[in-house]
Design a binder for this molecule. Structure first.
Ligand code: ATP
Ligand code: MG
Length: 272
């Protein structure tokens, strides 16, 4: 059964989509079967994987969720696109913007995405959900469907309030609907090692949250090449193989893969 990871932060432009694509393809490169789900009506993940006109795609997350809401069976592989670097995708487009309100009057409205994911879970090792920048119903649906949430944080400013709000939402979902939900960790993105400010933000986050949550050791550097990949439909591993960002995303992928093991080791050390 696949592990479901939501990449969430209600703050916009922190690297959720970029991380979803490159963690996903990173996991494929480590031999895993991976499905990405674009859960943002902007369709940025869909576009960044080279499907440049999301609005012209007929079957998307929105149509599949609608089927689940109406209890119409979803066929095997229905709506799933394939990227040439080996990752699968459920795309999204502007139609998903109606979903927030459509969900309001549906029975079990928090579980619609989970019900959809349950139909494909056995086919993958990892399912990554690229959330939109809000804490609305679609993000709640993602957290309900997830085993784990990864929180990308941009090292440009101190995100104190937003992060607290997100963690409160995660805990609420955990208490009320999905007791299995864990915070996988906080990932520092767009870290500019030349500026003291960027280093200070990263240091503060580690200081404030590191005691209770994982803050991944790997930091994703600020890199122009990374900003360019969404326009070429490739991963950072293809586009700038030898660059620092490719190396960082590869290391981050390994941290995600080893997560379970490291956590157990850490616990054993404490017990001893
Ligand atoms: P949204 O909240 O709008 O969905 P997001 O959190 O998904 O945004 P991205 O779209 O991944 O964030 O990134 C925001 C912008 O920053 C994009 O233009 C992207 O190309 C750029 N970007 C992402 N990572 C890096 C990086 N490491 N270095 C430089 N630019 C980056
Ligand atoms: Mg995005």
């Amino acid at each position: 059964m696949g592990k479901v990871i939501a990449l969430a932060n209600q703050k916009g432009g922190v690297g959720k989509t970029t991380t979803t694509a490159n963690l996903g393809i990173g996991l494929v490169n480590e031999g895993k079967k991976v499905l990405l789900i674009d859960c943002d009506a902007q369709g940025s993940l869909t576009e960044s994987l080279g499907f440049i006109n999301p609005d012209e795609i007929d079957t998307t997350l929105s149509t599949l969720m609608e089927k689940c809401m109406k209890e119409i069976p979803v066929k095997k592989g229905e709506g799933i696109l394939h990227h040439n670097e080996g990752v699968d995708l459920i795309p999204a487009n502007i139609e998903l913007s109606g979903m927030e309100t459509a969900l309001v009057n549906v029975m079990s409205r928090e579980r619609v995405l989970k019900n959809l994911i349950d139909t494909v879970k056995d086919d993958y090792d990892y399912i990554l959900i690229d959330c939109m920048p809000s804490l609305g119903m679609l993000t709640i649906n993602s957290l309900v469907a997830a085993d784990e949430v990864i929180i990308p944080v941009q090292a440009h400013y101190l995100p104190a309030k937003g992060l607290e709000q997100l963690l409160t939402t995660v805990n609420r979902v955990k208490r009320q609907i999905n007791p299995n939900l864990k915070v996988g960790g906080i990932l520092m993105t767009m870290v500019d090692s030349r500026t003291n400010y960027s280093k200070a933000v990263s240091g503060q986050i580690r200081l404030n949250y590191g005691k209770h949550l994982t803050v991944y050791k790997t930091e994703i550097p600020l890199s122009v090449r990374t900003a360019e990949i969404s326009a070429v439909g490739k991963s950072i591993y293809e586009y700038d193989k030898k660059g620092k960002a490719a190396e960082a995303y590869k290391n981050f992928t390994k941290e995600v893969l080893n997560d379970g093991k490291q956590r157990n080791k850490h616990r054993d050390e404490i017990i001893r």
